[in-house]
Design a protein around this ligand. Structure first.
Ligand SMILES: Cc1cc2nc3c(=O)[nH]c(=O)nc-3n(C[C@H](O)[C@H](O)[C@H](O)COP(=O)(O)OP(=O)(O)OC[C@H]3O[C@@H](n4cnc5c(N)ncnc54)[C@H](O)[C@@H]3O)c2cc1C
Length: 258
């Protein structure tokens, strides 16, 4: 690969103490109406990091310059030197639009691996709650659970056609509750809270991962604390916020009320 990352990509990566590189799109494949698998050829597979990590992808802004958007690693292949992401492409946003038009050979700058959330060691069960934007991160984390183990997914999807499953190793007990949105707003927590209410915590010590829309996962956090989990048993990350583009460094606005 001969492309050099943009100067702003290089200085950002230096400041964060992570890698900078230019990647080439190998494929973009629709997995469901709302979710696509994006696979990039990368010059250094270390960008794949550990389960739970993400990568900042640079997307051009209409008025010039670059915005960064963060996407979780779904998988990486050290033999092919590729990393894959599961990305929602049904909304109008810089990254979503860029991906809808990306073709094999399109290039983008990457900064990463990013993120502090990793798989909690030694939990008896792992609960993953959020929307379809979190599915790639959830499945990547679940694949790292030591066997025998338990993974429970409670995921809101825009429609039944967006239910995308994965196959896990024998020895991982998997429960999946997919909640159809049925016309509710994407930041309405009602569906996830109903899914959660239908689920009885297994025996032992659990750890919960809450990734997705800001307002939804904040409501889920309160519900889980009410049911007796401690903050140490929660790993939470707002991925996006309804009605507001993520900031240029890739994080959603976290002010309590917009
Ligand atoms: C650490 C981290 C990891 C992430 N991992 C993933 C991942 O693996 N897969 C993934 O799909 N996303 C992931 N996200 C979320 C993704 O970065 C955001 O959705 C981002 O806003 C997309 O950028 P955009 O330019 O398309 O939209 P933006 O320009 O940020 O937003 C434009 C408009 O689209 C809306 N919007 C943004 N995202 C969504 C969405 N998912 N559904 C509906 N409307 C939306 C906004 O509210 C806004 O109104 C992650 C975010 C973080 C912080």
């Amino acid at each position: 690969m001969t492309n050099q990352p943009d100067a702003s990509t290089l200085s950002l990566a230096e400041r964060l103490g992570v890698l900078a590189m230019t990647a080439t799109v190998r494929s973009v494949e629709a997995m469901s109406p709302s979710l696509s698998e994006v696979t990039l050829d990368v010059p250094d597979i270390a960008i794949g990091g550990a389960p739970g990590n993400d990568v900042m992808i640079a997307v051009p802004k209409p008025d010039g310059g670059l915005a960064r958007r963060r996407f979780s690693i779904r998988s990486f292949d050290p033999e092919q030197n590729t990393v894959s992401f599961w990305i929602t492409t049904h909304h109008d946003g810089l990254a979503s639009e860029w991906l809808r038009s990306a073709k094999p050979g399109s290039v983008t700058d990457l900064v990463g691996p990013r993120g502090k959330i990793q798989l909690a060691p030694l939990a008896d069960w792992y609960l993953f709650v959020g929307d379809i934007s979190a599915l790639g991160a959830f499945y990547n984390l679940a694949e790292a659970i030591e066997l025998p183990g338990k993974a429970i997914f409670i995921v809101e999807v825009p429609s039944a056609q967006d239910i995308v499953t994965a196959s896990f190793d024998e020895g991982l007990g998997v429960t999946g509750i997919f909640v159809e949105r049925q016309g509710r707003e994407p930041n309405d927590p009602e569906g996830l809270l109903r899914g959660l209410a239908a689920f009885e915590f297994p025996e032992g010590e659990g750890h919960a991962y809450l990734f997705g829309e800001f307002k939804q996962i904040n409501a889920v956090k309160i519900a889980l604390l009410d049911r007796g989990l401690t903050t140490e048993q929660l790993s939470m990350k707002a991925f996006w916020r309804q009605g507001k583009a993520n900031q240029d460094h890739g994080e959603p606005d976290k002010t309590p009320e917009l």
